[in-house]
Design a protein around this ligand. Structure first.
Ligand code: FAD
Length: 451
């Protein structure tokens, strides 16, 4: 009897998993392994950890209680587990993040030293990073040509869940209890919940997505991001379902959003240092302020700008924020508070259930003017006009800020202009936006002159 190991990381599902299929095809029995790696657990934050543990519990259920969860450094744990079940091969889906890639290289070496093999099949993306290149042979740094090349390249059809697989059993350290969530409500976890969410989205809010995805009060986006993050569903499955959509314009818009995720993974794979620092040197000489009073107010949704505060309160309550509001948050930190994007990005990663290094850090850098496809620096979001434009009747801000419930729509995004000032219990603005906008542009000009 032969056994192989399938080491899952960001692919917590049984269907459309080429790595799992390869493991099943290559041996009589498959041991499904997950390693609780402190290097990834420490920076994850309670919300993401709880969601991960719930996904693992669902997976364990589906495997009849045979998911082997081990604590420790994968470089030690994976070869040890492979030895314990006498597996010649350990199957994975490739990781393209800076840490994951290094870790996998080290695990591969450790396995090889024991005469075993690490086999990579597939990745968490429809098109794996590194597959596409510009006409000059360099990695893409601009989204539109990347998107064209990505669609032209195409992707495989989803593969079915392996039938008749036999899951091997090995002592497990068990799945930890959820950390204290401090009241944050999470979406249902796991593969089934991901499928249900996708079906619900396709049958409902996909129609009108192109028009309404930026309107936070209408809750029209898919909310698939946590499931994509942990691989409860593969983007290829989503793309295949999308082909059946009856509204081509909405389907195309949604496809392009999925491609942003792939684009940022590609950018991170080609520029691993952008996980920690500016991707481009364009603003290397920019003057920033330390994250102090205004930044503290931002973290807890107390800046006095309703759309900014509503987003931060939603982040603390749900671990999720709509894309438009994430952009408004990033602009506020970078251009109203003059704080370097890494501080805001860290807070997001600590609290987002979908927190993903590639999408988060490059989303922040897009606004900060230090990333790919950077928005022109002088395009500073005005939190009041963004509010009026994308939340015209105030539905979104009223949902998260009870003190604004009775404020008329005309004033709901600038409650300090009410005759008596902001309602009791809601703060006055921590900055004057017009002044900080000018300050931001002055710093930008100075940085350009120095640079
Ligand atoms: P939908 O609109 O339904 O889109 C479907 C999927 O496409 C998403 O689940 C996501 O995987 C992908 N997608 C959509 N928009 C983007 C985008 N702009 N960039 C990359 N992928 C996108 N996304 C994360 O998954 N994790 C993060 O940590 C993250 N941090 C962000 C930080 C900032 C400052 C900004 C501006 C964006 C960030 N995003 C991040 C991207 C985007 O905001 C979320 O993916 C999206 O809001 C998730 O909601 P949804 O699943 O309903 O999106």
């Amino acid at each position: 009897m032969t056994v192989s190991v399938c080491w899952l990381r960001r692919d917590l599902r049984l269907s459309d998993s080429p790595a799992l299929c390869a493991a099943v095809d290559g041996a009589d029995d498959v041991l499904v392994l997950f390693v609780l790696d402190d290097a990834l657990r420490r920076p994850a934050g309670p919300v993401r950890l709880a969601f991960l543990y719930r996904c693992l519990r669902e997976l364990d259920d589906r495997l009849g209680g045979r998911l082997c969860v081990r604590r420790g450094d994968p470089v030690d744990v994976v070869p040890e587990v492979a030895r314990a079940v006498d597996a010649r091969r350990v199957h994975i889906s490739a990781d393209y993040g800076p840490y994951g890639r290094r870790r996998d290289g080290e695990v591969e070496q450790a396995l090889r030293a024991g005469g075993r093999e690490l086999v990579r099949t597939g990745s968490p993306y429809a098109v794996a990073p590194g597959r596409l290149a510009t006409a000059g042979g360099t990695p893409f740094r601009v989204f539109t040509p990347f998107y064209r090349a990505w669609k032209e390249h195409g992707w495989r059809r989803p593969v079915a869940e392996p039938v008749g697989a036999r899951w091997a059993l090995l002592a497990s350290d068990g799945i930890p209890a959820d950390p204290d969530l401090g009241g944050t409500r999470l979406p249902a976890a796991g593969e089934r919940a991901a499928r249900e969410r996708l079906a619900e989205f396709l049958a409902g809010s996909l129609t009108g997505y192109a028009e309404r995805r930026d309107v936070p009060g209408q809750d029209t986006t898919s909310r698939l991001s946590p499931y994509l993050k942990y691989g409860c569903i593969h983007p290829r499955t989503v793309l295949a379902e999308l082909d059946r959509a009856t509204s081509p314009r909405d389907a195309e818009k949604f496809r392009s959003e999925l491609a942003w995720r792939e684009f940022y993974a590609e950018v991170l794979a080609a520029n691993p240092a952008s996980a920690r620092a500016d991707l481009t040197g364009a603003l290397a000489d920019m003057a920033y302020d330390p994250p102090e009073g205004g930044f503290e107010a931002w973290k807890w949704g107390r800046t006095g700008f309703p759309i900014v505060d509503a987003g931060m309160r939603q982040l603390l309550a749900e671990g999720w924020v709509p894309n438009r509001v994430r952009m408004i948050e990033a602009s506020f930190v970078c251009k109203d508070l003059h704080v370097h994007w890494t501080h805001g990005a860290r807070w997001f990663l600590d609290h987002l259930v979908d927190g993903d290094l590639a999408s988060n850090h490059h989303g922040w850098q897009w606004t900060a003017g230090t990333g790919t496809d950077a928005a022109p620096y002088f395009r500073v979001f005005n939190p009041v006009s963004q509010g009026h434009r994308y939340d015209p009747d105030g539905t979104y801000v009223r949902r998260w800020i009870p003190q604004l419930r009775d404020v008329p729509a005309a004033k709901v995004h600038e409650p300090w202009t009410l005759p008596g000032g902001p309602p009791a219990g809601y703060p006055a603005p921590v900055v004057d936006h017009a002044t900080e906008r000018r300050e931001s542009l002055a710093r930008y000009e100075a940085a350009r002159r120095r640079g």
